[in-house]
Design a protein around this ligand. Sequence first.
Ligand code: NAD
Length: 312
Amino acid sequence: MSENGILVVSEDDCKRLMDAEAAFDAVKDVFGRMASGEARNFPVVREAIGYADALYGFKSGFDRGSMTLGVKGGGYWPGNTAQGLTNHQSTVCLFDADTGRLSALVGGNYLTAIRTAAASAVSIAALSRQDSKVLGMIGAGHQAGFQLRAAVEQRNFEKVVAWNYHPEYLPNLGNVAAEVGLPFETPVIEEVCAQADVIITITSSFQPLLMNHWIQPGTHIACMGTDTRGKQEVESKLLASAKVFTDEIDQSTSIGEAQHAFAEGLIAKEQITPLGEVINGAHPGRSQSGDITLFDSTGVGLQDLPCLLNRA
Ligand code: NAD
C-alpha cells in the first residue's frame, strides 16, 4: 500500500514477499558488505525503559551496495505472550538516501525472525563441520522454530536435541522438528552439549546456561539470544576457548555474548572476527575439525534493511 509516496508494508505483506531463502542470501551479502566497509551500522540504542520489563531500542545503518538507509525501532516485551502477542515487537522505517525523505514503513516482527534465523544459518554454513549430524537447540520460544527450520537447510542433520528453561514450550519445537522430518529428543542440557555438533542458543537468559567444559571439540555454537547489556547464555570462559566470530565487533563486546568475557579481560576485540570476512574469503573460519567455533549474533539493523528493499 502507498500513502503519499510512502510505502506501507504490513506483517502479512512481509510474509508474502520474503522467505527464508531470500533472507539467507540478503543477510549473507550484507555481512560481506559490512566486512568490506561498503555497509555501515550506527551505534545501537537498547535500554530497559523501567516499565513492563521492556527492553527498547533502535538499530540503524546505511548499505551503499543496495542504497538502503533505515532504522528498526522496537524491542522485547516479555509480558506479551500472555496477551497473545509475540514478545519481540519492531517496525522498520526506510529513508531515501539522496534526500532523507521517509520512503517506507515496514512491519518488523516476521522479518526479525527470518533474518535472525538467516544469521545463524549463515554462520552454520560458514563455520560448522560439513559432517555435522546432531543439532542442539537451547531455547524454545518464538524465534526457536525459525532457527531450527533455517539450520536444517545447511547440513544433513539426523536428529534434534533440545533443552529449554521452560520445558512446557519444548513440544512446540518438537512439532517443527517433526515437520522437517527429524527425530526430536529432550535430554538434560549437559547431554544436549555432549551430543550436538551444532548448538543454537536462542533464549532471553541473563545467566550462563552452557558451561565451557560441556562443549565437545568440533562444535559450532550460534549464540543468538544475547543482544542487550547484562544478558548471557554461555559461560564467559567459552569465549576464550572458542574461535569467536560476530556480526559486529563493537556490538559483540558491548551488548553481545562477548560482553562478559571482554569485561573480564578474557578476550580482546582483535580476537573476534567479523563473519563477513569468512564470507568474503579474507578469513579461513574453522581451520581444524576440532576447533570450537562460536558466532556471537548481536543483531544489526542492516540485517533488516536489505532484506526488505530487495523485494519491496
Ligand atoms: P521468547 O520470549 O519467545 O522466548 C524466550 C526464550 O527464552 C524461551 O525459550 C524461554 O523459555 C527462555 N527463557 C526465558 N527466561 C529464561 C531464563 N531466565 N533462563 C533461560 N531461558 C529463559 O523470545 P524470542 O523472540 O524467541 O527471542 C529469544 C531471544 O533472542 C531474546 O533474548 C531476544 O532478545 C533474542 N533475539 C536476538 C536477535 C538477534 O539478532 N541476535 C534477534 C531476535 C531476538
